[in-house]
Design a protein around this ligand. Structure first.
Ligand code: PXL
Length: 270
């Protein structure tokens, strides 16, 4: 006998310590009853000797293509794909070509723009490539405040009105569903995100759990959206469930020998 759970593929970086990236995505998929597979785009090793800076090594673009080919061929019906950290232009080229080739039905883009290990000079070109090539392929995008400002082309976002405006601008770039995340950063006492699909503009709020930085919260949110879409939820339903998954995963969260808390997906109950 065999079972056929929904299947999700994450195209993301490895964060070795298990707090973010592909490791987080796979745990989130599993927690939500979705079979996960992963194509690694880069290897991140946080450096305990340099303020936990991110040592970043890109995976060879051909190897990225090979991994996606293996996933797409083994699993004939990948229900949804999450795209996380890409980081370099050759990586974007490889992922762009694979998305074109396989035509996955649902693509959730977590537009991770900055990794501490990358050269700043490289990031502008990479940001533009991400906006021009990968963003239009996304069914849904989940930018944080900084990423929303960058994608929307505004200086900074410090209010709910500005976040709503940015969500609309990002929608106008060609993404049918935008989940623009503020989390606790607008000082509302809640973890607040804005969902926009061209007609509905919803402010999604849950009680904030502190203001401390939570490693992996963004990855968990986007992975949970991906899993829920793979199961057939609507984008708004997926966003609502994903926020509940993040709330459960950050409270109480998990602590290691590092100055910020980790998410722990295992405490979420369906
Ligand atoms: O949380 C953003 C992120 C995504 N992907 C990888 C990371 C990080 C942050 O550390 O390492 C691989």
């Amino acid at each position: 006998m065999s079972t056929t759970p929904p299947i999700a593929l994450t195209i993301a970086g490895s964060e070795a310590s298990g707090g973010a990236g592909a490791q987080t995505d796979l745990k989130t998929f599993q927690q939500l009853g979705v079979f996960g597979c992963a194509a690694l785009t880069c290897i991140v090793s946080m450096n305990p000797k340099a303020n936990w800076d991110h040592r970043f090594v890109p995976v060879d673009p051909q190897v990225i293509a090979d991994q996606i080919e293996a996933c797409a061929t083994v699993h004939s019906g990948i229900d949804a794909v999450k795209v996380g950290m890409l980081g370099t232009q050759p990586t974007i080229d490889a992922v762009d070509a694979a998305l074109e080739r396989y035509g996955f039905p649902i693509v959730v883009l977590d537009p991770v723009l900055i990794c501490k290990g990358q050269e700043f000079s490289a990031t502008m070109a990479v940001d533009n490539a991400l906006r021009e090539r990968i963003l239009p392929r996304a069914t849904m995008v989940t930018p944080n405040l900084f990423e929303s400002a960058t994608l929307a082309g505004v200086e900074e976002i410090t209010s709910l009105e500005a976040l709503k405006d940015a969500a609309k601008r990002i929608f106008d770039l060609g993404v049918p569903n935008v989940l623009a995340k503020a989390g606790p950063s607008l000082g509302t006492g809640t973890a607040l995100d804005v969902f926009y699909d061209g007609s509905a503009l919803e402010v999604l709020e849950v009680p904030a759990v502190g203001t401390e930085r939570m490693h992996g919260a963004g990855c968990t949110l986007a992975a949970a959206v991906t899993a829920e879409l793979a199961k057939g939820a609507t984008p708004l339903e997926a966003a609502v469930t994903a926020k509940n998954v993040v709330s459960a995963s950050v409270n109480p969260g998990m602590r290691g020998n590092i100055p910020f808390t980790y998410v722990w997906q295992g405490s979420y109950q369906h």
